[in-house]
Design a protein around this ligand. Structure first.
Ligand SMILES: Nc1ncnc2c1ncn2[C@@H]1O[C@H](COP(=O)(O)OP(=O)(O)OP(=O)(O)O)[C@@H](O)[C@H]1O
Ligand SMILES: [Mg+2]
Length: 272
């Protein structure tokens, strides 16, 4: 018997291009294809990775996956429903259910806002009712932060603690999918593993879907069970991290493996 995979969030044949500025006054406008026929998905309780070189299209894919940008062709499906064909109630559910963790918590958290206020903010903007204090305490427990953090400001925390706070903020609306774009590349190597382990635990404990985006294959390999390699806007290979390391098929995958093997320190050794 085969168990049916039911993706929670999926891109189906997504294509996106940007218009380039005219090079002459009456000349035609040319366009640049950033994503070309992308299929990508994540299930509940699963961590998947997306790796690729700079400019490959990772951030554009993230923007489409989180509903910030509408694709010119193809579908974004959440829980089996087409996001851009859905009604207002479904869209609201999507905005609560798919949350992002950004690369640099120092720039994603407002320096003048106490942590408690920053954690409440997503509940306010998404108009989520309920016992907010209880929700904050629950989420602090999930990410391993003390309640004393609530009255403090971002500058009073280390980079690793701030990324924990950013993750807490993303968890506040009780999402089902987290999309993390380079969540540890701004952190010291010594604390990267702590944040990666936290994300892994959350996937298990909360049955979250995690989409982990990075340019470093070793970081993605450590965190996920399935990785898609993107190059020039196309998915060129999908596989288990260990297979990609030992038998990379696509040239882009080989480049990413070589990049890891030339790095002496960091997580490379741990992941391998
Ligand atoms: N609004 C836009 N208009 C025109 N071109 C764009 C726009 N946004 C992105 N691009 C181009 O699309 C390509 C992919 O960009 P994207 O930011 O998705 O790459 P990335 O994989 O996230 O790169 P990095 O690892 O550097 O963050 C790049 O060549 C970029 O210059
Ligand atoms: Mg990017």
């Amino acid at each position: 018997m085969t168990i049916e995979r039911r993706p929670l969030l999926a891109l189906r044949d997504v294509t996106q291009s940007y218009q380039l500025p005219r090079t002459s006054l009456f000349g035609p406008r040319s366009s640049f294809t950033v994503l070309d026929g992308i299929d990508f998905d994540v299930c509940a309780g699963e961590a998947v990775g997306l790796v690729g070189e700079s400019g490959a299209g990772k951030t554009t894919l993230t923007r489409i996956l989180t509903g910030m940008e509408r694709p010119q062709r193809g579908q974004v499906e959440f829980d089996g429903q087409d996001l851009w064909a859905a009604g207002a109630a479904e869209r609201t559910r999507f905005r609560r259910s798919v949350q992002m963790v950004l690369q640099n918590p120092r720039s994603s958290l407002d320096p003048r806002m106490r942590i408690g206020t920053a954690l409440l903010e997503p509940l306010r903007s998404l108009r989520i009712e309920g016992n907010h204090t209880r929700r904050i305490h629950e989420v602090l427990d999930q990410v391993g932060l003390d309640r004393s953090a609530l009255g403090r400001f971002p500058h009073e925390f280390s980079g690793g603690q701030l990324q924990r706070i950013a993750i807490a903020r993303a968890l506040m609306p009780n999402p089902r999918v987290l999309v993390a774009d380079e969540p540890v590349s701004a952190l010291d190597v010594s604390i990267q593993a702590q944040v990666l382990n936290l994300l892994k635990d959350l996937v298990q404990d909360l049955q979250l879907g995690l989409v982990f985006i990075a340019h470093d294959l070793s970081v993605v390999a450590y965190t996920t069970s399935r990785v898609s390699v993107i190059a020039a806007g196309r998915i060129v290979e999908v596989g288990r991290p260990v297979e990609l390391f030992t038998r990379p098929a696509a040239p882009a995958t080989r480049n990413l493996v070589d990049a890891v093997l030339t790095v002496e320190s960091g997580l490379a050794g741990t992941a391998l």
